[in-house]
Design a protein around this ligand. Structure first.
Ligand SMILES: *[C@@H]1O[C@H](CO)[C@@H](O)[C@H](O)[C@H]1NC(C)=O
Ligand SMILES: *[C@@H]1O[C@H](CO)[C@@H](O)[C@H](O)[C@H]1NC(C)=O
Ligand SMILES: *[C@@H]1O[C@H](CO)[C@@H](O)[C@H](O)[C@H]1NC(C)=O
Ligand SMILES: *[C@@H]1O[C@H](CO)[C@@H](O)[C@H](O)[C@H]1NC(C)=O
Ligand SMILES: *[C@@H]1O[C@H](CO)[C@@H](O)[C@H](O)[C@H]1NC(C)=O
Length: 435
């Protein structure tokens, strides 16, 4: 009987402690929430909401608020279901930061205000500005903006300079990025590498058409990806799919200006590259240099297979349909033997206007492209071609496959060769084993 009493007493003390501790925490954040009551809504009265202002952020766009962001992240990450709030009508200057997981449970980064990168170039080699690492199950959302202030970086004439990616996810899983705007990154705007389970929806990516290497979304070693209903216009690829990616679905994208939607460049410096199961569909590409493109360097090894570009409207695009196995980012690259194999590529229902060449399939001398399908392609010369560009006929070099439906201009009808041949299959087997 006595033992039972002692036990119940202990239990009561334990229960009391359990209810007091969280409510103390709750009050702390509640109080600081009220101080900045405007534009935070009802959501600021819980223990899981962490407003960066409550951590003493200056929010003037000039003082460095990075430590406040990291402090708020650490708490939001530690509790279950944490929400880190970047309130609207405020600008937060953030120096390069890493927001690290794993977190206790799902985390939301609610960006309604603006995160500003330092406008000055730093001298050291900086690979990224805001870096998420080892984070599983995160949502980034809101009507706010991530502004990379890249102007000073773009001026650099040295192509070898390392410039930071604005927002990077490294070795992360189950990521949803929605609604936000990312603009003027020094280099790539949004990058996922070594990650899995990515959804990007309804975002806007903006940079001037002449800003160098400012890819919109960059995927590398990442699988199970959906990118949809987004508006991307930059100085380089709107979306770039690099080695190690598979099961990628891209749809309802508006792309331009820039270099279109690309797979590659793959196989630089004789490296191995594998990309498979990519669908790009129901999208618009306008005022870009390229439309749908696969690019590989000479001398690489590996395989690109099962790629579909379907129902794409192009407008005033220089080269709407491209496979280039001679990719070279300088004026001159040495010829190399060997190539990444490319097979099972569909270009289906691509229509609109081009300003240089409707189709350009420059496949490798060593390994032809096989099972290339062209169906229902209708491209007419643009009424507003770029200055100095001259219209060229369709080009297909060492490309095998089938043409279906109507192809306009008719020079595309005789572009593909019909039979792959034995040596091709042998090489394909080798690539299959690698990838
Ligand atoms: C927060 O406040 C809103 C209204 O102001 C209320 O409906 C809600 O129940 C509150 N939530 C908590 C966790 O106290
Ligand atoms: C991520 O978090 C959400 C919200 O808590 C949850 O519904 C979902 O199951 C989680 N997903 C994974 C893969 O853990
Ligand atoms: C898309 O994002 C914008 C800007 O944040 C937002 O106003 C709009 O409601 C979002 N649309 C959908 C369908 O979620
Ligand atoms: C090709 O890729 C698509 C999209 O990921 C996938 O649904 C389909 O099963 C793949 N086909 C083959 C033959 O692997
Ligand atoms: C590379 O190969 C192509 C085609 O065989 C040839 O026209 C070109 O001159 C070569 N370039 C160099 C640098 O050897």
């Amino acid at each position: 009987m006595k033992h039972l009493c002692v036990f119940i007493c202990h239990l009561l003390v334990f229960v009391c402690l359990c209810t007091i501790i969280p409510s103390v925490n709750g009050r702390k954040f509640h109080r600081s929430c009220n101080k900045h009551h405007h534009n935070q809504g009802d959501s600021c009265n819980s223990t899981t909401n962490f407003n960066i202002l409550s951590f003493g952020a200056k929010a003037n766009g000039v003082s460095d608020d990075s430590k406040k962001l990291v402090a708020a992240w650490k708490l939001a990450c530690k509790v279950g279901g944490g929400i880190l709030q970047i309130p609207s009508d405020h600008k937060f200057l953030i120096k390069p930061v890493t927001l690290q997981g794993p977190c206790k449970a799902h985390v939301v980064l609610q960006i309604d205000g603006t995160l500003l990168a330092p406008s000055k170039r730093s001298k050291s080699n900086l690979y990224q500005w805001i870096n998420f690492k080892w984070v599983h199950n995160i949502t980034i959302q809101g009507s706010g903006t991530i502004d990379g202030q890249g102007y000073n970086w773009w001026e650099s004439k040295n192509a070898l300079d390392i410039k930071p990616t604005a927002l990077r996810f490294y070795a992360s899983e189950d990521i949803l990025v929605r609604d936000i705007t990312i603009k003027n990154s020094p280099q790539v705007h949004l990058k996922f590498d070594n990650s899995r389970g990515v959804k990007v929806e309804n975002i806007t990516v903006l940079a001037p058409g002449n800003s160098p290497n400012t890819d919109g979304i960059h995927l590398q070693n990442t699988r199970d990806v959906e990118i949809l209903h987004s508006n991307i216009g930059t100085g380089d690829d709107c979306i770039s799919v690099q080695t190690g990616c598979s099961n990628v679905h891209i749809h309802h994208i508006s792309c331009g200006p820039g270099h279109g939607i690309s797979i590659g460049g793959l196989g630089k410096d004789k490296t191995i590259a594998c990309v498979s199961d990519v669908v790009v569909e129901n999208s618009n590409i306008q005022n870009t240099l390229y439309g749908t493109r696969i690019k590989t360097w000479q001398g690489g090894i590996g395989l690109v297979k099962n790629i579909t570009f379907s129902n794409i409207q192009v407008a005033n695009v220089n080269f709407p349909i491209v496979i280039n196995q001679y990719y070279c980012d300088k004026s001159f690259c040495n010829n190399q033997t060997g190539s990444i194999a490319i097979k099972e590529v569909k270009f289906d229902r691509i229509s609109g206007s081009y300003s240089t060449q409707p189709i350009h399939l420059a496949c490798s001398n060593d390994i032809p492209c096989t099972e290339i399908d062209l169906s229902d392609i209708q491209l007419k010369p643009s009424r507003r071609p770029l200055e100095g560009s001259q219209l060229q006929h369709a080009l297909c070099y060492n490309s095998y496959g089938i043409s279906k439906g109507q192809l306009v201009p008719s020079s595309m009808n005789y572009c593909l060769k019909k039979d792959g041949g034995g040596s091709v299959n042998q090489i394909s087997r080798l690539s299959n084993e690698l990838c």
